[in-house]
Design a protein around this ligand. Structure first.
Ligand SMILES: Nc1ncnc2c1ncn2[C@@H]1O[C@H](COP(=O)(O)OP(=O)(O)OP(=O)(O)O)[C@@H](O)[C@H]1O
Length: 255
């Protein structure tokens, strides 16, 4: 099996706080990997290390075969990243936002024209090209942000809570797009607090207090924990780990 992401004992400390503790995980190429955990558990810090935005304190990792410690520029060029805050320019139009990111990714004129047309159609933004991004509803903004992250045809898409604050219909459309992209061979690493979304992922990893507590397919995890659904798995893992941390006297340090 090929892996788009592989990391071993990846650790990030902020002063005396361990945000990510010795994380070992592998994301198979072409799969959707849901990265779950309560607020402050280390998901965004992991993503920032994988994107080459911050340096790990220790451990090893590769993203698309490039070393997270030494080849962050190569990684940044080849991944699509969409953060919780959808990095859009609200006072620019839909098309101007796409043009801006096409410039960042240095697309040539013909490729820019082609990709813009493809992505406007994929996102259902046809007819809204001249609308200011700031005037779009949450669901449209989200799909525009996704389009911007996909302009350079990345092999790996990293999404940090992409559907937070978006209505259920927009969430569903968004996930249909994500599954289509995965069918075309793209690898997706996504964080979410929605268990219905997590249920549709190929693989799930639960992180808490910076520790990866469990990893597997949604069905494997449900069976392994003797649970009814992923939400039960999540709650059980969190309660068990909270009890362990309280016993070790570390429960207050999390947030
Ligand atoms: N730059 C920083 N300096 C100091 N501490 C930080 C920094 N970034 C994150 N942390 C801490 O690291 C821990 C993990 O934070 P992180 O943002 O990775 O969690 P998260 O799982 O992404 O949470 P959320 O679901 O709220 O986005 C938290 O305790 C957080 O306060």
């Amino acid at each position: 099996m090929n892996y788009a992401i592989q990391c071993e004992q990846l650790t990030k400390r902020f002063q005396d706080r361990v945000a990510v503790n010795s994380l070992t995980l592998s994301v198979p190429t072409g799969s959707i990997y849901g990265f779950l955990g309560p607020n402050g558990s280390g998901k965004s810090t992991t993503i920032r290390m994988l994107c080459g935005l911050i340096n790990p304190t220790s451990g090893r990792g590769t993203v698309l075969g490039y070393d997270v410690m030494t080849q962050s520029e190569e990684i940044k060029q080849r991944i699509g990243y969409m953060s919780q805050k959808f990095s859009l320019y609200e006072d620019l139009t839909v098309e101007e936002n796409l043009d801006f990111y096409a410039g960042v990714y240095r697309l040539g004129r013909e490729e820019r024209r082609r990709r813009k047309a493809e992505l406007i159609e994929m996102a259902g933004l046809t007819g809204r090209e001249r609308q200011l991004a700031g005037s779009l509803s949450g669901g449209w903004k989200q799909r525009l942000a996704l389009s911007c992250a996909l302009l350079h045809q990345p092999e790996l898409l990293i999404l940090d809570e992409p559907t937070a604050g978006v209505d259920p219909v927009s969430r569903r459309i968004f996930w249909e797009v994500i599954h289509d992209l995965a069918k075309q061979g793209m690898t997706v690493l996504v964080t979410t607090h929605y268990m219905d979304e997590a249920q549709t992922c190929d693989w799930i990893g639960f992180i808490f207090f910076g520790n990866l507590l469990a990893q597997g397919t949604p069905q494997e995890l449900i069976e392994r924990m003797g649970a009814n659904n992923l939400e039960d798995v999540f709650v059980t893992l969190v309660k068990e780990e909270e009890a362990r941390q309280a016993a070790a006297g570390r429960g207050e340090e999390r947030r």
